[in-house]
Design a protein around this ligand. Structure first.
Ligand code: URA
Length: 165
């Protein structure tokens, strides 16, 4: 399952973060550097955070899958299941107040519900002490700029909750 990887990409950021981002899986650049969201999606995420006045150094960033899937394909259910205990430990240790899930696999995994990104985003899901706010993956906005606006709207909601947290 993890055979093709160069590095395990566990997560990066502030271990005391009140805000955590959870993406899908490492891509090529992340696999090489061992750090999440350093490639094109990461650069767009950096721009979005900067525009929203959120310091990347203040947040924690992880993925549901810790190893790059071959050819960047969508993670398989058994891969997600294999990595879930690590993600669970990470969330427990960081204990963020707000989690932003980036894209459908992360959103469905965290919330344990099905649905399209369009139907799941734009809302806040209260899970115990944590507020989960899903948005589109930055890669979606790289493919089609129409996703920039909803991502921006969701980031405003995230910022509001983060400032309060
Ligand atoms: N896409 C993700 O979901 N995670 C990364 O770390 C990089 C790209």
């Amino acid at each position: 399952m993890a055979g093709g990887r160069t590095n395990v990409v566990f997560g990066a950021g502030n271990p005391n973060a009140r805000l955590m981002f959870i993406g899908e899986a490492p891509g090529r650049d992340e696999d090489i550097q061992g750090v999440p969201f350093v490639g094109r999606s990461g650069q767009l995420l950096n721009k979005i955070l900067e525009a929203a006045g959120i310091e990347r150094d203040d947040v924690y960033i992880a993925n549901i899958i810790k190893c790059r899937p071959p050819n960047n394909r969508t993670p398989l259910t058994n891969e997600i299941e294999a990595c879930i205990p690590y993600l669970g430990r990470q969330v427990a240790l960081i204990a963020p107040r707000v989690i932003c899930t980036l894209g459908l696999p992360a959103t469905q995994t965290l919330l344990g519900i099905r649905g399209s990104m369009g139907s799941l985003r734009g809302k806040m899901y209260v899970e115990g002490d944590v507020k989960v706010i899903p948005t589109y993956h930055p890669a979606a906005a790289l493919r089609d700029p129409k996703y920039k606006r909803p991502i921006w709207d969701d980031i405003q909601l995230i910022k509001r909750e983060y400032v309060k947290a």
